[in-house]
Design a protein around this ligand. Structure first.
Ligand SMILES: [Cu+2]
Length: 319
């Protein structure tokens, strides 16, 4: 598979008429890319503005004709496309645009600060103490301590403090089912403070970033640090409706940041490099940058190749 992918990506480079250079050196580069920042570097005031905008999305109508709110569009689309966008080549570009659309929605709700990411490598000494969980300046922490997920459904382990207390989300993987936002750190079973932190230390990320091909990089990043955070946070962050938890978007901005940094190490090749399994099928076929990514009306469907570089008119940001 790896050999095949290498041949394919080499073929793509040769076939491209005008190889897209790093966005900065490209005619398509945007003039003033917005800098995304780590959550803990924002002032408390801007952190509050960000979370206020998240809550504002719950007051706006769906942008795609659903009977639920703008916020709920994101988990709805993500869960309906679950098998199309995970453990496949398009995992990274699909989520890249998804985060951008979310950021655009926050701006429609009046947010003027930077888009934020959560660099969890900074917190692996004790992830439970990460600034993103602060009840004053973050997204609140674990769900209701009175709920023991060994005895009751972890879906009852809802946030009982912090700015997202009472945050109601509309969907589960079974469809429309309004419920309170739940977190179930460590799935309620591991040692307190563990949070699978060994899976997303700086050392682990360095090894992911040392991968030489998109195929290997995507595979290691998705199956390693990406998946570990979803599992460690638990509750609504675990199933395919994981965008129910607003921390999803800071996590995926970090995933996107690591991809962007990997691309910028060799922008002349890596901002066009793409490949790997096209589908989750047993014989998935080889993905192509010409593949169209579906968004179910959240935003018009788009070819992968439009989303491979950042700092463009379409994705006018940097890290
Ligand atoms: Cu996802």
């Amino acid at each position: 598979m790896q050999f095949f992918s290498f041949v394919l990506s080499a073929g793509l480079c040769a076939a491209a008429t005008i190889p897209r250079q790093a966005a900065a050196a490209d005619g398509n580069a945007c003039a003033n890319p917005a800098k995304r920042v780590e959550w803990r570097t924002m002032t408390a005031e801007v952190q509050k503005q960000y979370i206020d905008a998240v809550k504002c999305l719950k007051t706006k109508p769906s942008g795609m004709g659903l009977n639920t709110t703008r916020y709920d569009d994101f988990p709805y689309v993500h869960t309906h496309l679950d098998n199309t966008i995970h453990t496949v080549a398009m995992f990274l570009p699909w989520h890249r645009l998804f985060v951008q659309v979310y950021e655009d929605s926050l701006r429609d709700c009046g947010y003027k600060g930077p888009m934020a990411y959560w660099d969890w490598t900074l917190d692996t000494a004790d992830v439970t103490k990460a600034p993103v969980w602060d009840v004053e300046t973050g997204f609140g922490g674990n769900g209701d301590p009175a709920i023991d997920p060994m005895k009751e459904s972890s879906s009852k382990k809802c946030l009982v403090d912090g700015p997202l207390k009472g945050f109601e989300v509309a969907y589960t993987m079974n469809g429309y089912a309004p419920h309170c936002l739940a977190r179930n750190w460590n799935s309620g079973i591991a040692f307190p403070g563990d949070m699978l932190a060994d899976s997303y230390t700086k050392e682990v990320v360095d090894e992911v970033s040392a991968q030489k091909t998109y195929v290997d990089f995507r595979y290691k990043l998705e199956g390693g640090p990406h998946g570990a955070i979803h599992s460690a946070v638990g509750g609504d962050m675990s199933p395919a409706t994981s965008p129910n938890d607003p921390i999803f978007f800071l996590h995926h901005a970090q995933i996107d940041r690591l991809w962007t940094q990997w691309q910028m190490e060799k922008p002349e090749t890596r901002t066009t490099e793409f490949g790997g399994p096209k589908t989750q099928d047993k014989e998935p076929g080889e993905a192509s940058a010409e593949d169209v990514m579906p968004y179910l009306g959240l935003v018009p469907d788009v070819k992968v190749k439009e989303i491979l570089a950042t700092g463009t008119e379409r994705l006018c940001y940097t890290y």
